[in-house]
Design a protein around this ligand. Structure first.
Ligand code: ARG
Length: 502
């Protein structure tokens, strides 16, 4: 007993140590300190990872040079672009290298360094598209954008445009090549670099620099590191290091940069009104989130129905006496259970059209179709196993008995085996339904606007991650509780003993 207690304490102590080692503490002094800097390395030539998986790019070189001249260390932390502002707000990171445009809305909640790059938006489209020439011509067109970017904001302001949001900018270009969107709105340099380095010769930039933007390094409001970064930036601008880095990445001399951004950092106001702001954000976003919940339900129902159909078929084939059939069904289950659903979604939405193109024909998968295909193919694999196990769990004596009573094998299945197997299959089927309901959130990666994506989109504009994601979680919880209740009722109604005792 005593030994057990010692072991328990030892494990507890070790876990605490482990947890503490994972936390980092910052002190007030700035000498030789390490800054945690967020980076999303899918935005070449500003930040990206090449084949060697080494982090590189204009921003990265510049930040490293600033760190060297200002005397601090940098620890890069990968993070999606749309998550950076919330992470800066909560001071999870000290800064970000993200080719982030200084905007008035952002400057209210985070503080930007002085401008370090002059940029602007541009439109990319396919070379064979002649009618997209400027912002006005994007009317009623499908525009691909990266979530949370100035491109996304601009697209939203264009009348009559349909927007598809993607998590990173290479995915927007891929969607453009595949024909899923008509145009992409993004930072001009990034589009040009993407087309050049990715050998995307089917794409072109229609007009350059449609807007004027300046990039700044963002820090949390009131951060002592902002001065440090500004000082370092001033030094590298003066001593020629900046020009060298610019030359290295763009092959030209840098343009003149303003010393101060036209958009000033604002001081943050916090207080009692904070709670009201949170509540009003939740109330305002609720209708949109509930709309997303309906889409989630639609997606789940469609995928479950198709999954049950396919899964039952495969489950029965798994029990067939023909070895090749059994083998194929087994391989299907192994593949779809053994690979991540996220990879399957990418394969279907981005991979299949690209494959079709290499064979010379166009396959333009609608997002709903792609999402339903991916989810139902995946759930069919799990349902097949549930069906197989359910049928196999019925004692062979039952089949023998019903056949000796003269029932055919179809009748045996229909009247004897299946009704009993269904009762056993219901609890795992209920689990599968609930897992699928939650897994639908994965199709957010193809820009499908179900519940989770709707939440992400609201966060990308309001930067209220806690309030919105908590509301999203509650809506999911409400749905899953509702369905688990429904399934247990159904289960009870199929139980002959409980039914009799009523
Ligand atoms: N400059 C644009 C913005 O600030 C796009 C930045 C995207 N950056 C990235 N690392 N993906 O909204």
């Amino acid at each position: 007993m005593a030994r057990l207690t010692v072991i328990r304490w030892l494990i507890l102590g070790l876990s605490c140590l482990f947890l503490l080692s994972g936390c980092s503490f910052t002190n007030g002094s700035t000498a030789g300190k390490t800054l945690t800097v967020a980076v999303e390395p899918t935005f070449p030539p500003f930040e990206f990872q090449s084949g060697t998986s080494e982090l590189q790019g204009f921003d990265v070189d510049l930040m490293n040079a600033i760190a060297q001249s200002a005397g601090f260390q940098v620890k890069y932390q990968n993070m999606p672009f749309a998550g950076m502002i919330p992470a800066l707000q909560t001071q999870t990171v000290d800064a970000a290298v993200a080719a982030m445009t200084i905007t008035a809305q952002r400057a209210k909640i985070i503080s930007f360094s002085r401008p370090y790059f002059k940029s602007g938006l541009a439109i990319a489209t396919r070379t064979d598209n002649q009618n997209i020439t400027n912002f006005a011509s994007l009317k009623n067109k499908i525009i691909g954008v990266q979530i949370g970017t100035t491109g996304a904001l601009k697209a939203k302001s264009l009348p009559g445009s349909e927007i598809r949001t993607f998590n990173d900018s290479p995915l927007t270009l891929q969607a453009l090549i595949n024909g899923n969107v008509d145009a992409v709105l993004n930072d001009q340099v990034v589009i040009l670099y993407g087309i050049k380095s990715g050998n995307l010769n089917r794409l072109k930039v229609v007009s350059s620099l449609l807007t004027e933007e300046f990039y700044g390094f963002p820090t949390p409001k009131g951060s002592p590191n902002l001065d440090l970064i500004n000082q370092g930036l001033a030094t590298v601008l003066k001593n020629g290091t900046y020009a060298q880095i610019y030359q290295k990445w763009f092959g030209i001399q840098p343009p003149q940069l303003p010393e101060k951004s036209p958009i000033e950092n604002q001081t943050s106001k916090k207080g009692v009104s904070e709670l009201f702001t949170s509540l009003s954000i939740i109330f305002k976003s609720l209708p949109v989130l509930l709309g997303g919940a309906l889409v989630t339900l639609e997606l789940t129902t469609l995928s479950v129905l198709l999954g049950i159909l396919g899964g039952s078929l495969i489950g029965i084939v798994r029990l067939s006496p023909a070895l090749p059939l059994r083998f194929c069904a087994g391989a299907y289950v192994d593949f779809f259970r053994g690979t991540p659903l996220l990879v399957q979604i990418f394969m279907i939405y981005f991979g299949l059209p690209a494959l079709a193109q290499t064979f010379g024909f166009t396959l333009n998968l609608n997002r709903l179709v792609a999402a339903v295909i991916a989810l139902s193919l995946n759930s069919a694999a799990y349902i097949a196993e549930i069906v197989r196990a359910g049928i196999q769990s019925i004692e062979p004596g039952q089949a023998e008995a019903s056949q000796s009573l003269g029932l055919s094998s179809v009748q045996t299945m229909r009247y004897v085996i299946f009704p009993q197997a269904l009762r056993r299959m219901l609890p795992p089927l209920g689990n599968q339904f609930i897992s699928l309901l939650k897994d639908t959130s994965l199709v957010a990666v193809i820009g499908f606007e179900e519940l989770f994506r709707k939440g992400q989109l609201i966060v990308a504009e309001s930067y209220r991650s806690f309030e919105i994601y908590a509301t999203v979680a509650l809506v999911y919880l409400f749905l899953t509780l509702l369905f688990s209740q429904a399934f247990s009722r159904w289960e009870r109604s199929l139980n002959p003993i409980k039914k009799q005792s009523k």
